[in-house]
Write a protein that binds this ligand. Sequence first.
Ligand code: HAM
Length: 427
Amino acid sequence: MKFKVEPVRGFRDILPPESEFLRIIVEKFVGVVKSYGYSELIPPTVELFELFAAKSGPEISRSMYVFRDKAGREVCLRPELTASVVRIYIKSLLAESKPVKLFYVGNAFRYEEPQLGRYREFFQMGVELIGDSSVYSDLELFLILRDYYKSLDLNNYSIKISDVGILRSLFTTWGVGEDVQDILLHYMDKKLYDEAIKTLNNYGRADIELLNEITKVRCENPSELPELTKSLSLPDEASRRIMRLYEVTSLMSSLGINNIIIDLSFARGLAYYTGLIFEVVVPNLNISIGGGGRYDNLVELYGGPPTPSTGFALGVERTYLALKGLGLTDRLGSGDKVMLISLIDNYAYVDRVASTLRSAGYVTNVRFTSKGKLGDIVGLASKKGYKHVVLIGEKEFKHSKATVKNLITKWQGEVDILKLPQCLRDC
Ligand code: HAM
C-alpha cells in the first residue's frame, strides 16, 4: 500500500533550518520571560469544548476542532491557551500570592483558511499576569515585548493599541447586552462597520454619529489622545478609560516603546477582553505577529473570585516570518557549528574529542567516512553553514592531534586536541 506523504491541509512538516529558527525564537522568549519572574505552565492540548465556547468570540468558535471522545465528552483542540491557563489558575493556583505570573509555549489549532502565516496548527508563546489591575501590570507586558524584540534585533514593529472598554461602555449606555456587544466587536475586528451599524440601528439610544467620531480617533503620539477626544460627549467610564490608555501609552513612550498606534476603532477577535487590547504588527506582514489584552472578568466567569488579569500571546511561526521578511534570521545564529570527521573507527577517541568540543559550547556533528568521501562531507559542511571542520585520521590519532580547517578563512593546521576549543575560537 502506498501512503499519501502530504500532511493534512493546513498542517505543516517543519524542517531545518526553519525548525531550528523556531526553536531559537522560543528559547529567547523563555529567557526573557523567566528574567521577569514568570513560571511555566504546560496546559493540555485537549479541553472540554465548554471552556472555549463562552468567550472565544464568533470567529474562533466557528474555527474550533470539536469532537466527542470515546466516552462521549464534547472536547476540542485548544484554539489558544489563555482559557486553559485561567482554568488551571482556578483549579490549582488560587492560594498563590497575587499577581501570579505565568508563561507557556504550545501548539494551538484553528480551522481557518490556510495562507502564509495562517495555519491550522501553529505555536504560541505567551504570558498571563493574573490578579493585578495596576497600570504597571499592563506596562510590564510591553516591557517584556520591548526586551524580547530587542533580543531578536527586531526594531521595526509597531504596537496597535486601544481599550475595548471604551466601545463596551458606549454599547452598555445604549442598552446593548454583553452577547450583542461581543458580536458588534467581532464586526469591528473584521472591519464590517456596516453590519455593526445595522445591528445598532435596532437600539433607539445608539448614537451612530458618536460611534463614527470615536472610531476615527487614531494617533501615533500618546500626547495627542486627550486633545482628539476632548470634544466628544462620552460616558464617564469611556472618558476614564481614555485617560488610562493615555497614561499607559505615555509610560510606554517614556520607557523606550515608541512605535505605538492608538486606534479607537480597533477590536480583537476574542470576546473575553474587557480593557486594554493590543496587537503587534510589522511592515512586511499584513497579519499581526502577537496580540493580547486585559480580561478582568474571565476568572469570575469560570467560577473563580473577581480577578483582574492581562496577558498576550505571540505567534512563533509569524515571528519567524517577520524576521525572515526583514532579513534578520542570520542574526539568530545557533552557535558555531563544527563538523568532526573521522577517518578511523576509534569511537572512544572520537567521542573524547567531540565531548571536549561540546563542553566548550560547540555544536559538534560527528561523521565517520573514508578518504574518498571526505571532499563531499567538507562541501556539505560548508553548504550547511559550518564554520570549522575538524579531521581525525591515523596520523592525528597517533599524536593526539586533529586537523582543523576554517571553512570561511580557509586557514588549516594541526592542533593538539586539548587546545582545540581555543583554536576554534582563534582561527
Ligand atoms: P490571538 O490574537 O488570537 O490571541 O493569537 C495570538 C497570536 O497567535 C497571533 O497574533 C498570531 O501571531 C498567532 N496566530 C493566531 N492564529 C494563527 C494561525 N492560524 N496561524 C498562525 N499563527 C496564528 C490569543 O490567542 C490570546 N490568547 C492572546 C492573549 C493572551 N490575550 C490575553 N492573554
